[in-house]
Unconditional design. Structure first.
Length: 301
């Protein structure tokens, strides 16, 4: 299987290496993003004290040759390039396809902005109907993510039956969800999931028992019948909202870890296995449930 590149913008998907050889692609900057070590040094100290790191935005360079079969086709393709990558306050989604270990297609994405390369000087035009381009894209968030959204659900479908097989000990009854599930997280970088709680239930608690230290999200709150509570842990969002009561961030317990709760890769937990436990009292079989959604994320490809 060959690699492939698409751009998704405004609900439209543009194939940059389609069957008519519209573009002949190469790329730079898709591996490890820039990393900066955080350090300080006191007078007379040998070396420095390390305080961790920051992952910086990345610049992605896409190299290709526009190939046309007529002067009219050449200018149509130039116009398409300028339209696809026109500057905007909202990012475009750059999708890269490559084979996994079994040869099946894997699709990962990066949200980025155009920053250069489409001035299209005549010096880069060859044989009249061909034009070399070095497109530059800037990704403020340099982490790749899979296009497929992953999901798991906790719930009781009837007395003494769960909706998925469990992997470690549980307790349950008609009015209690108290169960764990091992999420085999496949990414190479952390993901901050989203939880959607469907009532009725009381004081929902979610724990990651695999991270060190263990982290939890717990609410002092009654989720009514027909009510849904969404806990969005996305960096820059970090919200807890109810479809009936709006912002309920104040219901979060003081020992909860809203900032740090995450799914960890295999560099942090063995095999990337995250034991996620949910406890919801006052549950109703067939109605109460907790759904977790996430995407596998990667430092580079």
């Amino acid at each position: 299987m060959q690699t492939g590149v698409k751009v998704i913008r405004g609900g439209t998907t543009y194939n940059l290496d389609d069957l008519v050889s519209y573009f002949h692609l190469d790329h730079e900057g898709i591996g490890m993003p820039p990393v900066e070590r955080l350090q300080s040094s006191s007078p007379f100290q040998v070396g420095a004290t390390d305080f961790g790191f920051k992952i910086r935005p990345r610049t992605l360079t896409v190299l290709f040759l526009v190939s046309a079969y007529s002067p009219g086709d050449y200018y149509v393709k130039r116009d398409a390039l300028l339209r696809i990558f026109s500057p905007s306050t909202t990012p475009i989604t750059f999708q890269f396809q490559y084979p996994d270990a079994a040869g099946n297609p894997r699709y990962v994405r990066l949200d980025a902005h155009y920053v250069g390369g489409l001035d299209l000087p005549e010096s880069d035009r060859t044989y009249d109907l061909k034009h070399k381009v070095g497109l530059q894209l800037y990704a403020p968030n340099p982490i790749w993510y899979e296009s497929t959204l992953q999901s798991k659900v906790w719930g009781i479908v009837s007395n003494n039956y769960l909706i998925f097989p469990i992997t470690f000990s549980i307790q349950f009854c008609d009015s209690l969800i108290n169960q764990g599930y091992t999420i085999a997280y496949a990414g190479s970088w952390v993901d901050y999931p989203t939880f959607i709680i469907t009532g009725p239930c009381n004081n929902p608690k979610i724990q990651n028992l695999s991270t060190t230290p263990q982290s939890k999200i717990e609410l002092t709150y009654v989720v009514d019948v027909g009510e849904t509570v969404t806990i969005d842990l996305t960096p820059g969002v970090k919200s807890i909202t109810s479809n009936t009561d709006g912002n309920i961030l104040g219901a979060l317990t003081t020992d909860s870890d809203l900032a740090g709760f995450h799914l960890a890769p295999d560099t942090e937990v063995t095999g990337g296995n995250n034991d996620i436990k949910a406890t919801l009292t006052g549950a109703t079989p067939g109605t109460t449930q907790l759904q977790m959604t996430w995407r596998n994320r990667y430092l580079g490809i």
